[in-house]
Design a protein around this ligand. Sequence first.
Ligand code: HAM
Length: 422
Amino acid sequence: MSVQIPRGTQDILPGKVEYWQFVEQKAREICRAFNYKEIRTPMFEHTELFQRGVGETTDIVQKEMYTFKDRGDRSLTLRPEGTAAVGRSYVTHKMFGNPNQPTKLFYIGPMFRYERPQAGRFRQFVQFGVEALGVNDPAIDAEVLALLMNFYQSLGLKKLKLVVNSLGDTESRQAHRQALIDHFSPRIGEFCSDCQNRLHKNPLRILDCKKDRDHELMNTAPSILEYLNDYSKEYFESVQQYLTDLDIEYVVDPTLVRGLDYYNHTAFELMSEADGFGAITTLCGGGRYNGLIQEIGGPETPGIGFALSIERLLSALEAENIELPVEKGIDCYVVTLGDAAKAKSVALVNKLRKAGFVAEKDYQDKKVKGQFKSADRLEAKYVVVLGDDELAKGVANVKDMALGEQEEVKLEELVAYLENKA
Ligand code: HAM
């Protein structure tokens, strides 16, 4: 039996990969405009980073990490997300010492989670994420959201719903935490074992439980917004004011709880509302994580960011029937007839390629008809026909495949001729 691809992973083949390149290019352009610089961190980190950063009680740390021992008996983990790794790098390279803050970074790369695969959920997926570290200012929260919305809208997506919430600062969270414990404690026996574990460790995560989401105590649970202290309330109001100034539509959902432990203040998710988008509608998630850097051994540093997967983004584009303008065809195909022409075609395609054209030729000794078929399959714009007779005269016939017209062109003028046509 042939070896199968691992569950929850996929090959991205030519024909599809162009869409990936297109959206990744778009992400880079938008980050450039917002002055976010690319960072590339390792695929694996010390396991401890995610245990401390993402949080012991999260699904990611408890059930989803690809953790292994290396030959030196170190516990390493394939990164399940990018924020803790970027935070680690920020500390490693003392980026907090840079007088210009925030440090604005972005990344595009694979993440790994041992989740149950289904539509939109993979075990290896590619995240595009941004992180702005070093400044606590509602304007930065708004900037990150503006970058996010610009990105999706620039691809033509319309059926989007941005949901925001505030998880408050430590003081607000403590007050809310106690209220949640008081609320759930008397009937915690009716909840799943995960929730029972979370009651004292992290009761906020109970609100995010998929198994118990229909329990009546879920709807009546105390809302974080009622427990925000003045500072947290003002911070959240200011973020919302900026969003309004930026014409960014959003809804406030006090039940929005993120699946990672490091969040405080602003938390958000972006959903697709397109018909036919699968059961998992979250395209992107993010928020503020003012305690994370300290948690992983750095100085007290505020931060905010988001991450989205390219897999879900491409599904959302499909659900909205958006065809991205990707180039799949080639510029010219050189068809030859005769041995001398065939030999010459090697140098000719090279010359065309050096001039910047996407050029191809036959390597299978096909007849002229077969070569034309290859050119069609490759969606060639021009076919350059070179026979031994033409070669002797120093010319080739150039056929414009869209118009069906053919012209004789001197070989030394071929590049200029095609450049003129382009
Ligand atoms: P997250 O909500 O765990 O947050 O993931 C962010 C996004 O990654 C999701 O909204 C989804 O688009 C995508 N994603 C997550 N898991 C999968 C999967 N198994 N298959 C396909 N796509 C998936 C984070 O990762 C945070 N680091 C985000 C962040 C950055 N917060 C602050 N800065």
